[in-house]
Design a protein around this ligand. Structure first.
Ligand SMILES: Nc1ncnc2c1ncn2[C@@H]1O[C@H](COP(=O)(O)OP(=O)(O)OP(=O)(O)O)[C@@H](O)[C@H]1O
Length: 617
């Protein structure tokens, strides 16, 4: 496979230029707004609340000043009680504002990202297998989870809060100027240094933070792949090597996090230090002015409070800026996935295809997974309605590819594939697949009950249908023996069931859908004799009255087939019945001898080594 080429969606590495320093571009913003649009009421309410509530916090120092200067200094107890009540009310309203705004923005974030997540999954379902061949699962998982989450963070705690911070800062400055412009200037004197430090921090942390995200995605991919492949790791005793790889990825993840913590641990104390300096300056400046009576105690107390209120949003601004930056990069990656065009084209005027006879035709079909590396060349064959065709060939000869093409997992580059004379490109994918019953070698079962795995959520399939089908293919006995029978909970990927049992369930699945065409990739894994017998007779039942194409591995299957197609390196080399092909003494004959070595010694002039060379070269 030619990974790294073609239509891979953006990797998790920091995007160069885009999203890593520039502002939000308009097209991106428009697309993001599309998800917010249905909930604009929530956004407006939250923004309204935040803007109007932004003045509540700064009111507290202001009221404190009045309490000190106008009531405490003048011994006005009644006035003091009133102002204290007012202060209490402001605190309450401020808390209510925080609650309301948090709730509304979280609601907005959750609803908008749910819509986005649904779009991602809907799009993933449309994508051709070609796309999945090239994009690691871990990366796609990161798109649908972490990247979506960072957009949620922007919507729920970034955007609206940022507007709130800006308004709060404005209110504070206005109130400070109203109280004493000179003291305001003194307080603000540390601002340029603070802005410069914040800018520096923002720059450093952005790079580090993107590195953290890359490492998270790497770790996700690694874990996903290794948990799935745990059996292979254990079988081949690869634990120490894989552990080492994990250690390396884990260490990179740790170091990236430590780097970001390092910057934070410098940034926050520096800001703390600067606000203390501002505080010191206020006291130093106030001392002289209080002595000559141009400044009141109340103003000084309120300024001390203003300082903490002023610098906190400033600290937060840099944090929120990071949230926005990360969200922009995430949005770019998500939209690049949503823009992924590697989908199977839907026909403009699809053929309805209600009744299918099951006449399959491949006409001069050529196909390559990548560029012009042809995997199948000039494939030309016909399967008449009700006919049973077996495909044989050495490994990598293109057998699975043929059935993938008929199922339209991939589109062909040359030739035509037709069913009952209709080009499959003119049939809607879903309609086409309704008429195909595909049983793959590696049966995929979802976590859920056996029943759900058979019906795959189709409500038209009744329990009676299921039981009838299970009986017909001989799976009923073992299913009934399972705890709960058809309600038996299948573990993820069918873990607790044997290969043979999974195969039988997939036969029932094919049977209940009653397709006219059956495509079967015969399992090579050996099962016990009893299950082998069950599977063989299930196959016969399934094939009855249907056009069948089987990638055959069993002698009994090829013997029973009406026609055998012998593939060799993507080209059809021989076609005929078992007897005809044996008599021909060509490639099929050699494949046959290789599969049944016990017959070898009876055949003069053939040894295993030369047969292998002939079949594979
Ligand atoms: N998804 C893919 N992307 C790129 N190349 C692929 C892909 N799947 C298969 N191939 C290549 O196409 C060729 C035919 O593969 P295919 O799986 O059809 O062979 P096969 O006859 O079914 O083999 P086997 O008996 O081992 O299953 C092989 O060279 C294989 O490497």
């Amino acid at each position: 496979m030619n990974k790294g080429q073609g239509f891979q969606i953006q990797a998790d590495a920091p995007t160069s230029g885009k999203g890593s320093g520039k502002g939000i571009d308009r097209a991106l913003l428009k697309r993001l707004l599309h998800y917010v649009q249905p909930y604009k009421g929530l956004l407006i309410a939250a923004t309204f609340l935040t803007i109007f509530g932004a003045g509540l916090s700064p009111l507290r120092p202001y009221l404190t000043k009045i309490a000190v200067d106008d009531y405490i200094a003048k011994n006005d107890l009644e006035g003091l009680v009133h102002i204290s009540l007012l202060l209490g009310l402001v605190v309450l309203l401020d808390s209510a504002k925080i609650y309301g705004a948090t709730y509304l923005t979280q609601l907005l974030g959750q609803r908008a990202v749910m819509a986005l997540r649904m779009d991602i999954f809907k799009h993933l379902q449309k994508l051709s297998l070609r796309f999945f061949d090239r994009n690691p699962i871990g990366r796609l998982m990161t798109r649908a989870t972490n990247d979506v989450e960072s957009l949620n963070e922007m919507l729920s705690s970034g955007l609206v809060a940022l507007i709130g911070d800006v308004f709060q800062l404005t209110f504070i400055i206005v109130l400070m100027i109203m109280l004493d412009w000179q003291l305001t200037l003194v307080t603000m004197s540390v601002l340029p240094i603070m802005v410069y430090i914040t800018f520096l921090f923002k720059k450093k942390v952005r790079v580090v933070y993107q590195d953290v995200r890359t490492q998270v995605a790497r770790l996700n991919s690694f874990l996903q792949e290794h948990i799935t492949g745990m059996a292979t790791i254990q079988l081949f005793g690869r634990e120490p090597q894989e552990f080492e790889k994990h250690t390396e990825i884990s260490a990179a993840h740790r170091d990236a996090n430590i780097r970001s913590i390092h910057y934070y641990s410098i940034f926050y104390p520096t800001i703390e230090f600067l606000s203390s300096v501002a505080m010191g300056l206020i006291i130093w400046h106030s001392g002289a002015r209080m002595l000559d009576g141009t400044l009141t105690v109340g103003i000084v107390i309120s300024f001390v409070q203003f300082v903490t209120q002023f610098f906190r949003p400033l600290q937060d601004l840099s944090e929120k800026y990071n949230i926005m930056q990360t969200a922009i990069s995430s949005a770019e990656r998500i939209f690049s996935l949503l823009d992924e065009k590697e989908i199977i084209d839907e026909p403009k005027n699809p053929i309805a295809l209600k009744e299918v006879k099951g006449h399959i035709r491949f006409e001069n079909v050529s196909f390559a997974y990548n560029d012009e590396n042809w995997v199948l060349r000039d494939i030309d064959f016909e399967v008449k309605p009700g006919e049973k065709v077996a495909i044989v060939g050495a490994t990598g000869s293109g057998k699975t590819t043929i059935i993938s093409l008929l199922s339209r997992f991939y589109d062909i580059q040359k030739g035509t594939i037709s069913i009952d004379g209709n080009d499959i490109k003119q049939i809607h994918e879903r309609v086409l697949r309704q008429h195909l019953g595909v049983v793959m070698q590696d049966v995929f079962l979802f976590s859920g009950t056996i029943r759900e795995n058979i019906t795959l959520g189709n409500p038209d399939i009744t329990d009676e249908d299921i039981q009838k089908a299970a009986k017909l293919v001989g799976a009923a006995a073992f299913i009934q023996k399972l705890p709960g029978g058809y309600d038996y909970q299948v573990m993820e990927r069918g873990g607790a069931l044997s290969t043979g049992q999974r195969q039988l369930i997939s036969f029932v699945r094919a049977m209940v859908y009653n397709p006219k065409i059956l495509i079967l990739d015969e399992a090579t894994s050996s099962v016990d004799t009893e299950t082998e017998y069950l599977i063989e007779s299930a196959m016969q039942t399934l094939m009855k009255g249907r056009t069948s194409i089987v990638i055959a591995h069993r002698l009994s299957t090829v013997q029973r087939a009406d026609k055998i197609i012998v593939l060799h390196k993507g080209v059809i080399r021989e076609v005929g019945s078992h007897q005809e092909l044996l008599q021909k003494r060509g490639l099929y004959y050699k494949l046959y001898l290789l599969q049944y070595p016990e017959l070898l010694h009876k055949q003069a002039g053939f040894d295993e080594e030369s047969l292998n060379t002939d079949v594979l070269s």
